[in-house]
Design a protein around this ligand. Structure first.
Ligand code: ADP
Ligand code: MG
Length: 542
């Protein structure tokens, strides 16, 4: 982002919400996503030194109830146990700005391979503290990933942010979350109303029906509709962990991928999704091939029908500028929410990927498991998929296809899979990806011609080619990794060697916890509370 661009954005924000100017000096833009822009500001709030504040400017098209729910999560559950709190909120017309304490944080990608094993333990422990806190309030975050868990390495401070996708459990203590329903819940309730479904048999077929692409996006459409275009923007942002101007932008993943398929040495299965009543699509595309335009006639006709009733462009209601929510607004958000909303496919739990209607806090634990998998393997993002079925197929290559199918049965989904792939041993997988041979504790990734900064899975990968020979880029990047200049941070290799301590003797408890987080069955998956009590954290206290 250019300096001039940022300056202009800051000016526009002052114009849109003039009262900000009375309190804050906006210094910089620190995050830009599809649904918000985040700025660093300073303010003289009390006597004493200036405070640093993060200002989150939500896109004006966000639904008011969605915004209010996000704010309520922060005010009710936030402010302790590593959950971000809120200081103020400003509104001017349709512009909302949430002011939070600013936590300077690392880019996950930049530090991933220099973290000591002890730091990884602390990171996960603190993530579970945050998750325990929000789960106690009946909040399902639904977008747990590194860019939403701020980490200040030096101060050992942590903060879970971004409740823009949060949903409530059936007994949630966050009142406004009761009006925010999931895509799957809506789908199942609308299905149950419009046509009787016998069982809830879904077969998963080939890389995903791209339902959202053809959706009419109204101006007032609810936050985070799941269109492929937006997901791409989102991933671009996440690649640099939402920081603008703080770290050097790199093309780490997306365009190329040439890594470790020799270590994950089998092809991914093609996965099929079918509804009992209607076949979604039966096309079989290799996971490895680049995304193709997919025709999803059957699926889209269903989706279109449901979304034609979108919110009126300019709703007038009884609750404007009051603290109540009127029936007009409630019904409008219910209708809007039909637009599928989703987190990042690579972090989504199997029950989310298969649209299981009763999703619980367990889905956040799965996402935490995917973060842990990145930390242990040194690969980020670990799963890189732009759609749910690709993500599901990638999960299968790690956790096993039979196991995934079996687990899906327990929550009422049936998956068809073109070939069987075995479950992998998590320790072996992580050690191979990290490039550490447990017997000879030194970095071997360069020698193997693999690179630690690429996703373990990517759709753009030709698995076979990668398997047979590392591409020239792979070799170049591999050597630049050793020189430590690939990301403009000078002493990567030195850092790696100094922090290798601990990585040569990762205890079995780590992989046991990882296994329990990546439990395919949400009913038996470990909870945040359970994770904090796991032997992996035996000498750590709350
Ligand atoms: P979005 O909904 O657009 O993803 P987030 O709430 O996740 O918005 O914020 C986007 C980014 O802004 C974060 O990834 C982080 O880098 C930065 N950010 C958000 N809140 C804070 C904060 N309180 N302190 C420092 N940085 C923040
Ligand atoms: Mg975010």
């Amino acid at each position: 982002v250019s300096l001039i661009g940022v300056k202009k954005d800051i000016e526009k924000l002052y114009e849109a919400v003039p009262q900000l100017g009375n309190v804050f000096k906006i210094k910089d833009k620190i995050g830009e996503g599809t649904f918000s822009s985040v700025y660093l500001a300073t303010a003289q709030l009390q006597v004493g030194p200036e405070e640093k504040i993060a200002l989150k400017h939500l896109i004006p098209t966000s639904h008011p109830i969605r915004i209010a729910a996000e704010l309520q999560c922060l005010t009710v559950a936030g402010g302790q146990d590593n959950v971000m709190g809120v200081k103020y909120c400003f509104r001017e017309n349709d512009h909302v700005v949430i002011a939070m304490p600013y936590l300077e944080h690392e880019s996950f990608l930049d530090i991933l391979n220099s973290l000591s094993f002890q730091e990884v333990r602390e990171y996960m422990f603190n993530l579970f503290r945050a998750l325990k806190r929000i789960h106690q309030f009946g909040i399902v975050h639904r977008d747990v990933k590194p860019s939403n868990f701020l980490y200040n390495r030096r101060l050992k401070k942590y903060a879970l942010v971004d409740f823009g996708l949060a949903q409530g459990t059936h007994d949630t203590k966050i009142e406004l979350l009761k009006f925010v329903q999931s895509e799957a819940q809506q789908e199942s309730s609308s299905q149950n109303k419009s046509h009787i479904i016998t069982g809830n048999k879904i077969s998963l077929s080939g890389p995903a029906p791209k339902e959202p692409d053809q959706q009419p996006i109204t101006k007032t459409s609810v936050k985070r509709p799941y269109t492929s275009a937006q997901i791409q923007i989102k991933q671009g942002k996440d690649g640099k962990e939402g920081s603008v101007g703080l770290s050097v932008q790199r093309s780490v993943f997306g365009e190329r991928n040439f890594n470790i398929h020799s270590s994950i040495s089998h092809e991914s299965p093609a996965v099929k999704l079918m509804k009992q009543s209607k076949t979604v699509d039966i096309f079989s595309r290799k996971l490895a091939t680049k995304k193709k335009a997919i025709s999803t006639k059957v699926m889209n006709s269903g989706v279109m029908r449901k979304t034609t009733t979108s919110c009126p462009a300019n709703p007038t209601c009884d609750c404007y500028a009051t603290d109540k929510v009127c029936s007009i607004c409630l019904s409008s958000i219910r209708r809007q929410q039909v637009a599928p909303r989703a987190g990042t496919p690579g972090f989504r739990a199997p029950e989310v990927l298969t649209k299981c209607p009763n999703q619980t806090t367990a889905i956040d634990m799965w996402s935490a498991g995917v973060i842990f998998l990145s930390l242990l393997s040194g690969r980020y993002p670990f799963y890189k998929a732009s759609d749910d079925l690709t993500a599901l197929a990638q999960i299968m290559t790690v956790r096993g296809s039979r196991e995934t199918i079996q687990a899906a049965k327990t929550f009422g989904k049936s998956i068809l899979c073109s070939k069987e792939v075995p479950a992998q041993d998590l320790r072996q997988l992580c050690e191979r990806l990290r490039g550490i041979d447990s017997k000879t504790p030194k970095l071997t990734s360069g020698i193997q011609g693999t690179v630690s900064l690429d996703p373990a899975f990517s759709e753009t990968t030709d698995h076979k080619a990668a398997h047979l020979m590392p591409t020239p880029q792979a070799q170049r990047s591999g050597s630049s990794l050793l020189k430590g200049d690939s990301n403009g941070c000078g002493n990567r290799f030195e850092e790696d060697t100094t922090n290798l301590e601990g990585w040569d003797k990762v205890p079995d408890e780590a992989y046991d916890l990882l296994d329990k987080l990546l439990d395919l069955n949400p009913a038996s998956r470990i909870t945040a509370e359970g994770a904090l009590l796991h032997p992996f954290f035996k000498d750590m206290s709350l």
